[in-house]
Design a protein around this ligand. Sequence first.
Ligand code: PAF
Length: 285
Amino acid sequence: MNIIKNVHILEKKIKELKKKKKVIGLVPTMGNLHHGHIKLISSAKKYVDIVIVSIFINPMQFNNLLDLKKYPKTFEQDCCILRKEKIEILFYPDIHEMYPIGLKNHTYIDVPKLSKIIEGKARPGHFVGVTTIVCKLFNLVQPNFSFFGEKDYQQLLIVKKLVKELNYPIKIISVPTIRLKNGLAFSSRNKNLSISEQKKAPFLYKTIKKTCNIIRQKKGKNIHKTIQESREYLRKKGFYIDIFNAYDPKTLDSICKPSKSIIVLASVWLGKTRLIDNKKITLKN
Ligand code: PAF
């Protein structure tokens, strides 16, 4: 595996690949790779000639310094996984390579509205960090396809919007969430859960699924009451709720009356760990 740390070396490599007319796929990550990332990579292999993985723990998207410090750094382990997956190029820049003038005065990309609501409201500045680094990676790697997980649903919508509106010639492929047998979505943050929190964490997806089933049974009526009951249940189980609500899957406007398509989005805290998850449903007429 060719580990490229320098922007200019990457640009040279990309030029060569483009000359050879290779179809390039980018899987952007912050490392601490798990089955969710492996699924992104295996999906990418179906579309492209060469999959480039990036690992960069992007400080601009952390609005909480402690969260950044605590973010698991497992480079050697990640490299083993990527070698097993036969990845040829890993882009692994350091902070000076990506933000040579520092963060404060750096140019940024800001997607209006969609990045200011829900998760963007709970974590001010988070999506500006995500969209800025994603655009920098797109500009450097010039992929034909890029792959994003459905677990970070709002991030996925925001990336699709910026690709469309900034005319990037890139197809964004969304990849379904990968879960443990107990339903808990794979996430780098799961490592921070204590033993007792690990036992509680699966209740999040169980509750999301149950909420969706009730919404379906009631044909989308009384959503507000269903949501309130689910929130109460999670609180009793020991979760602190930042977000647990029903939204329109396209606009992410909150929904309070029957609608054909609904997504339940959740961001909750279990102790000091933030967990996010979601489920989309379609209601029949
Ligand atoms: O989803 C992530 O891991 C990050 O937000 C991303 C897309 C790699 C940007 O840093």
